[in-house]
Design a protein around this ligand. Structure first.
Ligand code: GDP
Ligand code: CA
Length: 336
């Protein structure tokens, strides 16, 4: 079985770890007679250059989570982390200091930047990083959505309130904590971006496509903006099943509601499904969610959506997989 998933950072990575457990529990793990393979298409809109180093927060969260190196409480960054290097930079007055980069984490960014500087593509670099974290052994391939450098920027009111200015998504999210109303998001570089090698093929040839509960605007929404991705999802014969990132109309963590507000979409599971209406076949919403209106084609299932523990997460991922399998062979969705 070939599974393709689109993923941002923490929500995506936790779901993927649950998927790995769910596959093992179904006898589809890497050591089984019929191992499933999972291609993860990762968001690179969060990428940023800091201290001369290229940082890919969402790709790294997936690597660290699947590789067992993540800080579990935070959901991102490395476990057993120190901050000696950033302290030294602070002593020299080197900015920014609002983006925390631990010493172990910096090892990843130095390696990535070195290899990029030697001419490797982001796909090649990501494959090298993934080898260290054991993804190939568990049947997982992490592909950046594009090898073209792109960055999500956020248009916000300027300081005197008379005009507007754009800041990097990380500055809005981390430094401003998304408390300043976003007017719109602009993915700088997307106009010349092409999908990374294997991305469209992974969608077109998948048996199942899953959308983890990643941020619908700045994670999944940005991946959908890569030329060709949305068309591939519309055209794939694979069922596409997603998990809502909202419980009771609110994000479980982070500021997805502020992102939805910026694009004029209500903070509800039904409204998020509406963003995927042209290709979505199945949708998991929380048991506590109020009813919403969905396209006729979408099979909606209710269940607890909190990824509160590894077993609960495996159960959720297994439910998404089972729903997708039950929708297999439904035929290609009507185009248009
Ligand atoms: P980020 O890049 O680190 O922000 O991570 P993602 O974009 O992959 O995921 C962020 C989204 O995950 C947020 O909108 C959260 O609401 C959602 N999320 C986090 N934890 C959970 C959970 O336990 N259950 C569900 N359903 N969604 C979650
Ligand atoms: Ca992210």
């Amino acid at each position: 079985m070939k599974i393709t998933a689109l993923a941002g950072g923490v929500g995506g990575a936790r779901f993927l770890r649950g998927l790995r457990d769910a596959l093992a529990a179904r006898g589809l793990g890497p050591m089984s007679a019929t191992p499933a393979t999972v291609t993860v298409i990762g968001n690179t809109g969060d990428d940023i250059t800091l201290f001369g180093l290229r940082v890919c927060p969402d790709l790294d969260t997936v690597l660290y989570t699947l590789g067992g190196g993540v800080n579990e409480e935070q959901g991102w960054g490395r476990a057993d982390e120190g901050h000696l290097l950033q302290g030294e930079l602070a002593a020299y007055g080197v900015e920014p200091q609002w983006f925390g980069l631990g010493d172990r984490d910096l090892g990843t960014h130095v390696a990535r930047s070195l290899w990029l500087g030697q001419g490797a593509s982001l796909s090649e670099v990501t494959a090298r990083l993934a080898a260290r974290w054991g993804l190939p052994e568990s049947g997982f391939t992490l592909r950046p959505m594009t090898d073209t450098p792109v960055e999500t920027h956020v248009v916000i009111p300027d300081d005197d309130g008379t005009g507007s200015r754009a800041v990097h998504f990380q500055e809005w999210w981390v430094r401003l904590r998304a408390a300043v109303a976003a007017q719109r998001f602009v993915v700088v570089g997307m106009d010349r971006a092409t999908p990374a090698p294997g991305v469209l093929e992974a969608i077109r040839t998948a048996d199942v496509v899953l959308l983890p509960p990643s941020n619908p605007v700045v994670s999944i929404g940005v991946i959908l903006g890569v030329p060709g991705v949305r068309d591939a999802l519309r055209g794939t014969p694979a069922p596409v099943v997603g998990v809502s990132p909202l419980v009771g109309g609110r994000p479980v963590r982070g500021h997805a509601d502020a992102c939805l507000r910026a694009i004029g979409v209500e903070s509800s599971s039904a409204a998020v499904a509406g963003l995927y209406a042209d290709f979505l076949d199945g949708w998991l919403v929380d048991s506590s969610d109020s009813d919403g209106s969905y396209a006729d084609r979408v099979a909606v299932q209710r269940r607890p959506l909190l990824m509160s523990s590894p077993p609960a997460t495996a159960e959720l991922a297994g439910a998404a997989l089972d729903l997708a399998l039950s929708l297999r062979g439904r035929g290609a969705r009507a185009v248009g």
